[in-house]
Ligand binder design. Structure first.
Ligand code: KG4
Ligand code: ZN
Length: 349
């Protein structure tokens, strides 16, 4: 019998998340973003682990309450084993294994990227195969050819920074707190004037690949050339000037992503483009991808906003798909893998 009620656990970075998915549909979801990292301008691994320890149990109890279920109703546990911060992943995996052992519930390890990749299926139809997936998050920028569950080929990646990383670093330079992606997105959309012109890096002979570190430097040079720093070291910018930078940044990122996606789409007859990961919450970029898929005449699937950034539902759902596709549980042999790859290792289980 296929396990129906799956508890999903996600603790790979700074979101402590648990969720219940029944028959592949989201039923309850609790995600706490650890705001304590804001003042450091980035995630502090040790603080993240300690916060996960504090927040995970209430999250699991909360989703069980929301779904009106008891622990005994859970048929399977899906937990992120990597990639991510080692200590943070350990909290989730140890919790999942402990609960599984105590209550006799099988545990499946889930790759975080695989969670993002299929997250659109939580609320819309499973994309037609083969499809091209663009994963854009704080740690990854990947173009993946997908032939089926577990059948992935890397067709593009970033040579340096991830898109979300660029947003978070550039955001810091213009005075936004961490993480900055959503604020840059909103500022870019609010701006109606002439955006600051930033270069779009294309890597010669590698049309599917990206590079974003030059853009980060370009933002810094623009700030140094144009504005004075105040006593606190921050650049003196008006809201209008900040918005013009955000609009320029979004335009350059959108152009770079669109060019690589168009290039990958031209290499094979894909039936859909799936965009997922935290940065896919960007309204600005959603417009860009709509234009690309309209031109190509293929379907565009982007998860609803609450399933773009890290969440437990996507992990529960990827676990459910693992089960449907015949992968045995990982159980006690499951360990964390901070550098887990979607491509090299044999699928876990
Ligand atoms: O997938 P995610 O939650 O965590 C990782 O796996 O990295 O992605 C987080 C990233 C951050 O860099 C954040 O700035 C960015 O997603 N982000 C956004 C938006 N919401 C979150 N970027 C652009 N527009 C948004 N609305
Ligand atoms: Zn993520």
């Amino acid at each position: 019998m296929i396990p129906r009620v799956i508890l999903g656990i996600e603790t790979s970075c700074d979101e402590t998340a648990a969720a219940i998915v029944i028959d592949g549909k989201p039923v309850a979801d609790r995600t706490t973003t650890q705001v304590l990292h804001e003042e450091f301008g980035g995630v502090v691994p040790e603080l993240a682990s300690r916060a996960h320890e504090r927040l995970l149990m209430p999250a699991v109890e909360g989703v069980l309450r929301d779904a009106k279920l008891q622990v005994g109703d859970i048929d399977g546990i899906a937990v992120t084993y990597g990639p991510g911060l080692a200590g943070a992943l350990l909290v989730g995996v140890a919790f999942a294994k402990g609960l599984g052992l105590a209550k006799g519930i099988p545990v499946w390890g889930v790759n975080h990227i695989e969670g993002h990749l299929w997250s659109g299926g939580l609320t819309s139809e499973t994309p037609p195969l083969p499809f091209l997936a663009l994963i854009i998050s704080g740690g990854h920028t990947l173009l993946i050819e997908v032939e089926g569950f577990g059948k992935y080929r890397k067709v593009g990646t970033t040579r340096d920074d991830a898109v979300g990383e660029l947003f978070d670093k550039a955001g810091r330079m213009i005075g936004f707190s961490f993480p900055a992606g959503a604020r840059i997105d909103a500022a870019a959309l609010a701006f109606t004037g002439e955006p600051v012109a930033f270069p779009r890096t294309r890597i010669e002979c590698e049309p599917n690949n990206f590079s974003f570190s030059g853009l980060k430097t370009a933002v810094l040079y623009h700030l140094q050339r144009t504005y004075k720093r105040g006593e606190d070291g921050a650049f003196n910018l008006t809201e209008e000037q900040r918005n013009a930078i955000c609009a320029g940044l979004m335009s350059a990122v959108g152009g770079t992503l669109a060019a690589a996606v168009r290039s990958a789409l031209s290499q094979r007859d894909y039936r859909a483009l799936v965009v997922a990961g935290g940065v896919s919450a960007s309204r600005y970029l959603r417009r860009v991808f709509t234009e690309v898929t309209d031109d190509a005449g293929i379907l565009l699937i982007i998860p609803p906003f609450q399933h773009c950034t890290d969440n437990g539902s996507m992990i529960a759902y990827a676990g459910y798909l693992r089960i449907l596709n015949g992968f045995p549980p990982s159980d006690l042999k499951l360990s964390v893998d901070p550098a887990a790859s979607l491509f090299s290792a044999a699928p876990l289980g």
